[in-house]
Design a protein around this ligand. Sequence first.
Ligand SMILES: Cc1cc2nc3c(=O)[nH]c(=O)nc-3n(C[C@H](O)[C@H](O)[C@H](O)COP(=O)(O)O)c2cc1C
Length: 348
Amino acid sequence: MIESRKSDHVKICLDEDVEVEKNYWNDIKFYHQAAPEIDFEDISLGVDFLGKRLSAPIIIAGMTGGYEGAEVLNRRLAETAEEMRVGLGVGSQRAALEDKDLRKSYELISDHSIPLLFGNIGAPQLISQDEEQPFGISKGKEALEMIDGDYLAVHFNYLQEAVQPEGDMKSKGVTKALKDLSKEVPIIAKETGAGISPGTAMSFRDAGVEAIDVGGMGGTSFSGVEHYRIDDENKKMKDIAKDLWDWGIPTPVSVVECRGRVSLPIIATGGIRSGIQIAKALALGADAVGIAGGLLPAIEKSKKTAIDYLKRLKRELKITMFLLGCEDLDDLMSVNRVITGELKDWIE
Ligand SMILES: Cc1cc2nc3c(=O)[nH]c(=O)nc-3n(C[C@H](O)[C@H](O)[C@H](O)COP(=O)(O)O)c2cc1C
């Protein structure tokens, strides 16, 4: 059941348009510098992030694993992250934690030298849903050991759960469970496309997480994905999923507001599709970006296509920095930017 859900998600994201209507990164503008007074070749994208050296502040966000067919994708993802020296998050390891036969697509990742690697479990599994035993510290450790990972991403996907006919809707005690887990396992708290509010970021910080991936609204809509996954007979849930398609806090809003409240490292995932958008995320206060939906069609084609996609993003980020007169990411983080349109209303 869970394994078929994961393969459905990949298939739907490849076959259907599941982006939200508005990409809020477009509401941020930069001041062009006609005389940048730097040389393009001197620009450096390298960054130390979460104790690891990356060639650019890019993480391939958690997408997949744990079903037949996922091995090919995960091997390509691992090879791409290894060759490009960027971070990688795996998709939810829930199925593999429940059934040892489904581990192969995760275990193969540890054959690769990936500079920064995140495991992944769902926050709803930290507490008891129905009769199920919650995932505790031992399962958290097991997930990281399965891939030889550096941090365990705990995803908060209650929007997605809420629009699923079979969704896990219990949330009482989830932050306490996160706190218990983070005493023993290094945790990144992540959303999956609906964003993290500053209040939630503060309670995650108090729970002891090492970083926050705001996973905001603006790219892949998981309500949209579920809309396509729900049977046509279940018109009521299908319609609800459609109504909640654009639910959430836009990624740039989540970045600005969380940055203002917590000093933890912040990953901006949600709607990052270009190098200019990476520059915008860093200029707003993110330390790195995460990319999922934008990379998926490339990774489905081949490792080469995925590498070309990431090379394009890096080249575009470098060009943006050149035109802003920024030699490194510290310069970029303090560059002038203008917030316009609907994004301005949100932030004000
Ligand atoms: C096919 C697909 C599967 C995903 N599966 C997971 C998952 O298992 N765990 C998770 O934390 N996030 C998952 N995500 C969410 C992404 O990590 C990311 O937060 C979200 O898609 C927003 O980023 P994007 O706009 O770049 O796609 C998935 C995304 C996609 C596209």
